[in-house]
Design a protein around this ligand. Structure first.
Ligand code: NAP
Length: 311
């Protein structure tokens, strides 16, 4: 068993199949959410390279936060405050997402909050200086002097940008570095095996499981944290299960909606650190955060989940 596999299991409750049964660091919060339900803090998983605990449901910002930052944005403000109220911290953005970085900075400012895990990306093939200018602009827009995580977006300008990220990390200008990618999995695997990354961000969902073959096992063995983009396949999974009832056994995992079913499938995988669903609606946000509360499905339950979708 690799060090990373041991340290992952070391902190979690372990079931008969050797799989974690409950999220780490379960905490309860006071108060109720918009649906009148008690707010329970989302569980946490460890970032393998440091052991730092990270709330296991994050927030994506593609399209949903691409809004005029100076507008009222009342619902989005509720999405962000709901996210924080459930103990969420990781917010993922990119200069590719239009006004999203500026909207995150503006809305967090209105909420008076900066205690989040700031993650964004560098996305340019125009060289080192262009990458630095872009990251400094992202700092201004999101309102943080230091990013927790900086990722090379879709491997664009990979060697040049990764070299800057390494020196920024040494200088303490970012805490973690990583890449995002949706297609070139052999390259992602190579970077993992060469021990060049703290995080990867890849697409993974109940219906799209290509990364299970090689990428997730490599990440687990080399102690690389995994952020999951497109956990709902941009909403396609909801369409696929429309009109279908949840199976009775879903309640064993505290699952009360399809969103929670899809997210628990992901966080039940030992390599997955944090899916980052995006939403523009406060009630969807509350639903999604509950995908990180309570027991997690082990291998057998996750197989039943796949069979249900395929059936
Ligand atoms: N290459 C890359 O680096 C890359 C690529 C893609 C994505 N990403 C990151 O990953 C994040 C997530 O991916 P995504 O935004 O493409 O797709 P996603 O999170 O899989 O799906 C978002 C869609 O699901 C809907 N939704 C969310 N919660 C729901 C719920 N509880 N019930 C019903 N519908 C719900 C949202 O609509 P509502 O607004 O109506 O809730 C939205 O249309 C992005 O925002 C981005 O941060 C990175």
């Amino acid at each position: 068993m690799s060090t990373s596999r041991r340290s992952f299991l070391g902190g979690a409750a372990v079931g008969a199949l050797g799989l974690p049964l409950a999220p780490l660091g379960a905490r309860t919060f006071g108060g109720q959410d918009g649906a009148g339900l008690a707010i329970e803090a989302v569980g946490r998983k460890r970032i393998p390279k440091t052991g730092e605990l990270l709330p296991m449901i994050g927030l994506g910002t593609s399209r949903t936060l691409d809004v005029d930052p100076t507008g009222e944005n009342a619902e989005l403000l509720q999405v962000l405050s709901g996210f924080l109220a459930h103990g969420g911290t990781l917010i993922d953005s990119s200069p590719m997402y239009g006004k999203a970085e500026a909207a995150v900075g503006e809305l967090l400012g209105r909420l008076g909050r900066s205690d989040v895990f700031y993650a964004t990306k560098v996305w340019t093939d125009q060289g080192k200086e262009a990458g630095i200018r872009q990251m400094e602009e992202s700092q201004q827009l999101m309102g943080t002097p230091r990013f927790d995580l900086m990722q090379v977006h879709n491997l664009v300008g990979l060697e040049v940008q990764l070299a800057t990220l390494r020196s920024w990390k040494e200088e303490g200008r970012i805490r973690y570095l990583g890449v995002t990618e949706m297609r070139d999995y052999p390259k992602v695997e190579e970077l993992i095996r060469d021990d060049l990354l703290d995080f990867i961000q890849i697409p993974y969902s109940l219906g799209e499981r290509t990364v299970e073959q090689r990428v997730l096992p490599a990440a687990l063995d080399h102690g690389v944290a995994v952020l999951v983009m497109r956990p709902f396949e941009r909403g396609r999974l909801f369409t696929a299960m429309k009109g279908e009832e949840l199976p009775g056994w879903a309640a064993d995992f505290g699952i009360a909606s399809w969103a929670q079913f899809f997210l628990k499938f992901l966080v039940g995988h030992p390599a997955v650190t944090c899916p980052i669903p995006a939403t523009s609606k406060p009630h969807h946000l509350a639903d999604n955060m509950r995908g990180g509360v309570g027991p997690l499905p082990g291998e057998a339950a996750r197989k039943k989940m796949i069979a249900l979708l395929e059936g």
